[in-house]
Design a protein around this ligand. Structure first.
Ligand code: AMP
Ligand code: MG
Length: 437
């Protein structure tokens, strides 16, 4: 038996006829390795890319001690043990225009937010609590009691220290990271190359947009949702169109896809009747397991490799092979299976480390819901607030062909493998779709 199928069949809790959602995800993630290949890009081009080399801070951030308030800089040692303290104003410090002297005993400097802390000052008192006595050059500055050394001061290196890792390899770069990188004065960085994903739909009933819909045909929508989901994940998508349910055409498509991609995502053709001829084809082309996942929707799924398997320990780059995710044909099943399995897999291939589980939180379900036994169900839900509490209701009809239920939804209601039906008012877990996509 070939190596992927051998690894899978030797794994604990591996039952290809009824595989739990969590287990399927673990099995996939265990087999995948990040793809090789790096690119040097400018900071703005790095948004949503995965960092391939640690960003080490060349400077302290902030690079100098500064005031976090508009107020008065002084020496805490001058403050009276009890009652007010009278100080003499000796100058001003503005952001970008430091005060060029020292603060001596009994002295204070007017200071603005972001201005460099004058030498020997170790306390900033906010201007709102300070009184100015007089109206000329010899004003006395009256500081009320209750001030502390170091208050309202930001010290050099407090945020990031020179020589230390500011952002670690494997981080997907969001606006916050882009800002940090800019705050270090770094203009270029090294990111992993994008994951290349080849995509096609299979089915004799499929009709491409822009052509008339013949009787009994359906427009191929899966390729568009998949394109959207893959693009959002930062993949380079190779769209191979629609492939007929014909062994010769499918074989050619799989070979072509495997030669130019890291992963192949297909929809349709893995349901029971169709899987048989595809299974034979797959046995010739690579090593693919056909799973029935204990979930709804999205039960049938094929996972494995087309072409050569990378040797153990090698990165996931292999010009002569690609991972295969054969998703079911039903449009909602495609999206659910994508988010639950393909998305974490792509993140792993992309080098994201760690690949985190989806964010989920409890919400009160306002309508009853049926639940099948021994499977995980992903209902589409709409979140809303009632008396400050987060509530969720299903989006009406939940057929796995009804893409409208995905479009109306902002979350999945996850009904766990072992749970029973849901009563109105019960707590359920929801996965935010905005967090997923
Ligand atoms: P299958 O998994 O191939 O048996 O397909 C299951 C259902 O999904 C059938 O009703 C198909 O017509 C539909 N379907 C399959 N592929 C697509 C597609 N690319 N776009 C829209 N519907 C599809
Ligand atoms: Mg089909």
């Amino acid at each position: 038996m070939s190596s992927i199928l051998k690894t899978l069949s030797g794994a604990d809790n591996y039952d290809p006829e009824s595989l739990r959602v969590d287990r399927a995800r673990e099995l996939i993630l265990d087999l995948l390795r990040p793809v090789g290949g790096h690119e040097r890009v400018f900071v703005r081009q790095a948004l949503d890319r995965v960092l391939a080399e640690d960003v080490v801070s060349p400077i302290d951030v902030p690079s100098h001690d500064y005031s976090a308030m508009d107020g008065w800089a002084l020496r805490a040692g001058d403050l009276a043990a009890a009652g007010e303290t009278r100080l003499k104003k000796i100058g001003s410090a503005f952001a970008g225009h430091p005060f060029e002297g020292k603060v001596g005993a009994g002295e204070t400097v007017r200071i603005m937010t972001g201005a460099v802390l004058p030498q020997d000052a170790d306390c900033v008192v906010m201007q709102e609590v300070v009184r100015v006595d007089g109206d000329g050059a010899d004003d006395a500055i009256i500081i009320p009691p209750g001030q502390r050394r170091e208050q309202n001061i930001r010290r050099a290196g407090e945020d990031l220290q020179a020589g230390r890792t500011a952002i670690a390899t494997g981080r997907k770069l969001r606006p916050a990271e882009i800002g940090i990188i800019a705050s270090l004065g770094v203009a270029e960085l090294v990111v992993r190359r994008r994951v290349r994903v080849a995509l096609f739909s299979s089915g004799d009933e499929l009709c491409s947009i822009g052509t008339p819909l013949v009787s009994g045909a359906v427009y191929d929508s899966n390729r568009y949702t998949l394109w959207g989901m893959l693009t959002r994940l930062g993949c380079e998508v190779i769209d191979m169109g629609v492939v007929r349910d014909d062994p010769v055409a499918l074989e050619a498509a799989f070979r072509e896809a495997a030669a130019c991609s890291d992963a192949i995502v297909t929809s349709g053709g893995v349901s029971v009747g169709e899987a048989d001829f595809i299974k034979q084809l797959m046995a010739q082309l690579g090593e693919v397991a056909f799973w029935k996942i204990a979930m709804k929707p999205g039960r049938p799924m094929a996972f494995g490799r087309i072409g050569k398997t990378p040797p153990d320990g090698a990165d996931g780059t292999n010009a002569s092979g690609a991972w295969l995710f054969g998703l079911p044909g039903n449009p909602v099943a495609v999206m659910v299976a994508f988010y639950q399995f393909v998305r974490p897999a792509i993140l792993k291939l992309a080098g994201v480390d760690p690949v985190k589980p989806f964010p989920a939180f409890p919400a009160r379900c306002t309508e009853p819901m049926k639940k099948g036994r021994d499977r995980t169900e992903f209902q589409r839900g709409i979140l809303f607030q009632e008396n400050g509490e987060w509530c969720v209701r299903p989006t009406g009809a939940q057929g796995s062909g009804m893409l409208r239920s995905m479009s109306e939804a902002d979350c999945f209601i996850v009904l766990e493998h072992d749970r029973g039906p849901v009563g109105a008012g019960d707590t359920v877990m929801v996965q935010l779709m905005d967090g997923l996509v």
